[in-house]
Design a protein around this ligand. Sequence first.
Ligand code: NAP
Length: 296
Amino acid sequence: MSDSVSDSKLLITGASGTVGGAILAVMRRRGVPVRALVRNAATLPGHPLVDIVEGDYDDPRSLDAATAGMEAVFVLTTPGSPAPRHDRALVRAARSAGVTRLVKLSATSAGARGPDGRIVGSWHRAAEDAVTASGLSWTILRAPSFASNFLRWADLIDRGLPIPNMTGSGRQGVIDPRDVAAVAAACLLTGVGAGRTITLTGPEPLSVPDQVACLARVLGREITTVDVPPDRARARMRSAGMDAPAVEAVVAGAAWAREGGNARVTEEVRSILGRPAGTFERWARDHRAAFQRGGG
Ligand SMILES: NC(=O)c1ccc[n+]([C@@H]2O[C@H](COP(=O)([O-])OP(=O)(O)OC[C@H]3O[C@@H](n4cnc5c(N)ncnc54)[C@H](OP(=O)(O)O)[C@@H]3O)[C@@H](O)[C@H]2O)c1
């Protein structure tokens, strides 16, 4: 790899998001130039190693421009209202641009079947299929719940209100998204994991109440949870503007996790990075300031 931004060969989609942003941080630390795809360039701070390009999964021509000249692409499946056509459009653009390697962020739910026999994370499974059928070298990184999801509740915690819990006492292999990014960066740069679907997890299975107890310890304040039954969760997500299939996918994923389906822990982070996965406690300590706005 060269150290000039005009020589970047890696396209990072979702560059303004949690994992994409953390991949940019890894590449900056290593001095590797990258191209970063965002819908609005103003949302990403400039950096000499980052070539920011505007593009949208809903605009195939913008994906052609973004993939031109690239060797490897980090494929983010858009959250909220994910559509398989997004991933297919990116894969098509990458293939025509001569990209050789795809690294897709997926979810552990893509490998799971619910009680009705259907795939729980069907949108990720459709995207995985687009990537593995691309004819390019590929790696699928399946991740469970991100530690960073707790940032959504910072305001509630700050106001002393309970955190909504859709997964009861179901444990999940909660992962620090910085570990997902570090593994993705390794795959993009070296090709490690090529041809594999890899389940990444944190070091221990944790329930939401386990995470809350840990965060309460780190912040030195009481934090409570409130169970949210599926119908109430459904109504809240619908009124927040999520489309019906996405809402049903989240509800199915939560039911699966509540039943213990996502409690698996793997050693993949250690075997790829040569060090153990970060704990939720370390993530909480590193993000303490985000939870201490006023009252903390
Ligand atoms: N959170 C979890 O616990 C978890 C666990 C496993 C897997 N995942 C998966 O991880 C993915 C989300 O990753 P993340 O948390 O890093 O992202 P994120 O922080 O939710 O940010 C979403 C990113 O998607 C981009 N995006 C949205 N719609 C787009 C479009 N139409 N065209 C181009 N870009 C678009 C956004 O870019 P803009 O700046 O343009 O808005 C943003 O960078 C999802 O596929 C989710 O299912 C999440």
